[in-house]
Design a protein around this ligand. Sequence first.
Ligand code: NOJ
Ligand code: CA
Length: 675
Amino acid sequence: MKSISKICLIICSVIICACTQNDVLKVTSPNNHIEVIVDVKNESVHYAINYKDSLFIKPSKLGFELKGDRSLDKNFKVIGFQKSHSNTVWSQVWGENKDIVDNFNQLTVSLQERDGLERKMNLIFKVYDDGVGFRYEIPEQKKIDSIKISKELTEFNFSKNDTAWYTPANFDSYEMLYKKAPLSEVPSANTPITIETTDGFFASIHEANLTDYAGMTLLKSKKKDNFSFQCNLVPWPDGVKVKRKTPMLSPWRTIQITDRAKKLVESNLILNLNEPNKIEDTTWIEPMKYIGIWWGMHLGTHTWTLGERHGANTIDTKKYIDFAHNHHIQGVLVEGWNTGWEDWGKKDAFDFVTPYEDFNLKEITQYAASKNINFIGHVETGGDAQSFQEKLDTIFSMFHGLGVKTVKTGYAGGIQTKGQYHHGQFMVNHYREVVKTAAKYHIMIDAHEPIKPTGIRRTYPNMMTREGVRGMEWNAWSSGNPPEHHTILPFTRGLAGPIDYTPGTFDILFKNAKNRVKWNDLDDGTSRVNTTLAKQLALFVVLYCPLQMASDVIENYENQPAFKFIEDLGVDWETSKVLNGKIGDYITVVRKDKYSDDWFLGSITDENKRNVQVTLSFLDKNKKYRAEIYADGSNADWKTNPQEINIFQEEVSFKTTLELKLAAGGGQAIRFVSI
Ligand code: NOJ
Ligand code: CA
């Protein structure tokens, strides 16, 4: 059994105190740089956060408005508090790092209303060296049985008008480009929202362990100064945000704080605030690389629907399986394999199990197995989540019976259940039900149009990856993703968890895509990929994803020396480090393969060309390495000459300093092999 193991456990201190006097409580991070102050003096509860000598979050309100009941937000007294410290190390089934340090100080504050109802509420704060998590607990009590939260009153009152990278709050989508603006000009935001402060440190607001609750967005507070925000939960159709029974634990509200931007990317706060792995036997869970019958449909050369240009046919799928087999790729995804695509948008359009007549599912899954290739199933619901949920066991048992271990899910379009949003409690619970049922059938999940990641992969490590990002597909049928996009993602969306961006488009200008047919309204005919070829390779390292898809059609990979990098690339990591980075400008990431001595480097820049120096001190001091370098050609430029790539080798050691020459919109990918 390969399960999460506790390597060491040190509980240094537990102080329990019952008191009514102590109405200002403080807890600091183990290194004392972060201080959280909880203030119950004025009969309502506020928290504030200091980082080193700076006030980062001014006193910010906590509590709830409840439907059909008095608000749970004032008239409180502290009836007890508890402080503790814990320092443990746990191991991931898969991930950016094998071992994770979980080192924090905790403060639990027990509150009770002074009069009338005398209802109880606890606040739990965990303070780490890389940030703060806090959550509400409403214990089981006679006065509150079921609760209907009409508003979570949590505030984030930033002390200064710092700079934010954000996407505007949206209850259905995370597929927007990030904007950079002073907090005063941010009207609302999805999380994560990332902030660079004038005091020189960095922070990001998000949530961890989003379970049986509505997703959180942030909304500018109208009453306060211009950089104070309130939690704005995604509602049910009747306007209520969360429907629960007591005892109730909310998700963690997270505030990652680090002195350098790169350390935000390295932070494990979100994972640390989730529960340990609940899947006992994890031997069937395997990160991998895959290709698929997919890009052709987005380009408009193929269709999901049956017809002359139908992508998912038995003959072509076998070609993909053969290509994967010959090129060290472990999986093949096929979309448009099942009936129903003609009825897009209608209720019960898909039964999710009937293949089109030109697609022999049984023959294909057997062929894939004979070549040791994972066939990746696809369930597109078109927003009809309810119908999918009713058939979960039927669908997953069918796939299990066929030896299929991975399923990509999709919820394109609005949620068909009237008044429901992708990010509300109804769908949060649906997505979880899918992951749990899939686990029963030993199936890994890659969810598109998902709820944002909040670290659930720790508890259910079959929840491999998800979209929830403006990914590669946008390049096929819109003005696409500008070069800067990828230099923002690691510091924003990437902090939440793996990204199914699907890099690896080699035919950058779609020169080989003849006879394209426009299939959606966003396609203005100008589409292309806005990077160099070397940057496409670097993205495989920069954007972490345990199921890493190479997006292009296989014809564009044949006889391409650059594809060797994807063939050689590891899928699971012993350790990951961010060597340098500036949000929106550039980033360099290195990862050590879990199963060999290989290291991989990815470095990318925005629309500006730049030289980045990296010292290879991360390499083993006792080894020499061959650096297999995939660099932008000397005249490469994302706009005018995206395809030029320079592939060469060099002998290096931990003492070597490399100068990475990144073209405008370019990047560099390197494999270090010990020799
Ligand atoms: C949107 C998904 O992001 C994409 O990957 C998929 O191909 C289409 N929906 C169709 O399911
Ligand atoms: Ca920039």
